[in-house]
Design a protein around this ligand. Sequence first.
Ligand code: GCU
Length: 678
Amino acid sequence: MQWEQLWLNYKKNLDYVDKDFFAVIHQKIEGKLIDSGVRELTKVAEEMFGINTKVKTSIWEEQGDVLQRRCDVISPEEQRIVLQLTDDLSLGEEGYEITIEENQLIINAPSAKGILYGAFHIIRQANQGKPLMDLPRRNIPRNNYRMMNHWDDFGGNIERGYSGKSFFFKDREVLMSERLIDYARLMASIGINQVVLNNVNTREGASELITKKYLPKLRGVADIFEEYGIQLFLSINYAASMDVGGLETADPLDEDVVTWWQKRAKEIYQYLPHFGGFLVKADSEGRPGPFTYGRDHSEGANMIARALKPYGGVVIWRCFVYNCRQDWRDTTTDRARAAYDNFMPLDGMFDDNVILQIKNGPVDFQVREPVSPLFGGLRDTNQILEVQIAQEYTGQQIDLCYLLPMWKEVLDFRTYCQEEEDTVADIVSGRTFGSLKCGMAAVANTGDDPNWTGHDLAAANLYGFGRLAWDTTLSSEDIAREWARQTYHLEGRLEDTLLEMLMGSWNTYENYTSPLGIGWMVNIGHHYGPNVDGYEYDVWGTYHRANHLEIGVDRTSKGTGQTQQYQLPNSALYEEIETCPQELLLFFHRVPYSYRLKSGKTLLQHIYDTHFQGVEEVEEMIRKWESLKEAVDPVVYQRVKERFERQLENSKNWRDVINTYFYRKTMIPDEKGRPIHG
Ligand code: GCU
């Protein structure tokens, strides 16, 4: 199957002002990462500028005891890109500096990886038709961990995958294909430096990936990744000592279990010397974990982390732990409290090579949630922010939902854990508490569809995550523009139209789905489309408890007390209905339908209005897409159009189900008399 190149789509641009730099690449350093950078630069030169780049080398190498200079002839007049190491260690392990000296454009970095990122920066600039003179001189990533978490099953399906099958696995085998190389190029180009290959739910024999049976094959994958500066990680089964090792226990304090993991680690690093470590979903949604043995998460995580420690590996331990066998009649159990209740008491108890990975909200990737109170709560623990590119609850890559504005809100959220540098971005970058092992991870679901992401425009989320994880100060609009320009090369006005579509899409999605932070109301299991009571009497938790007068769960101190998991003043703000941000009203409060919002509208009328409006906005997005018909590739145009037709159906369905539900509950009609099904 053929596949597309997404934002590495190099369109001919013979008038590009700085194309002559691409005539010569002068590499003063060698190595596989440098080769990758040179390959990409020469590809750009050929495809965009029709230039056949001359690659010249001058390096020092040892010949016996003597240091010899190996040097191709370079005339001083030749305009060129120079790749060279610098001893400016303030750039860090991955940063770079680009300077222009007469006819040389120089990428300086303390490491080959930094040079590769610098090369991709030049390419990003050229691919947008922007002069290289405008490049910011120094560029250092804000986060050390910039990670993709794939939920690919060993059999070849992708959990929450909406764009085809896995290109990592098929029928319990590890795949090696050309596509892997393009995947690695795409990821490196946006600064991703770590990839977890398999699903956190280690099903279908995936527990065995950490054994000799699969390690040689994984070595092949790791080699490809490493050429692009990407470290391989694997999700493990916490109980692998039983499942794979044949022991009778997975008790973290059991000597045999400890030894088993030590042996496993040793063997893994024999095959994969640069292996990153494990991602673990334990005691979560039926997965095994230390609770079975009366142990806590720190005991479980530390035991495995200690096995990896001699080799530099880490354990990334997910905080997605809650009771998924809840009774809806029990109003004291609140799923939104769970991650905090489980992990706050363990702050400071994890080893330094354990990192807690925390979903952005306290529940589960809903269209609107407050930020997880663990951010700003934990002070003495390495932390990674987890977001979801996959769009499980935000349209499943059928509906357009550009998520960067949401992630920006999360990153910019002030936790008040200290006076300054207290945002989520500060915390996960390590600025607040000085941790180096921290950053951002995203659940990704790229599949083997030609366009990788099902919806062509969903690639903006994939691209955007990498760029944001590198530089959390970038605006979601700038990121969208970068992505659009490199992918579609549209003229100004048309590009603006595409941007308007992306920028408004999250709000639109929120408008026609569950209102004001209440979340859920989706069909159970697959999570697409409306079902207001779908989870209402179910065991998974988070209920809206709507009756004919009011809706919502009281999470204030009079209710479940979840508001008190936040620092002041956030806790106080959320506690009072008057000060609670409107978009989170129904997350924190139980509210009568007649309650007047700041707009003067009643809650009920707000629900009606936003749902009618959401559908109108989808219709407007479709008109905008149609106006781009002549400017985009016909295959892409058609694919996206079909997605929009489905989105329109979905939005109408949501509108009618939600509005009808509340009308039937309240028997209060829409003030504007629009059709609602009584
Ligand atoms: C959600 C999702 C699951 C996933 C889980 C997780 O519950 O529906 O498919 O396994 O999150 O994050 O582990």
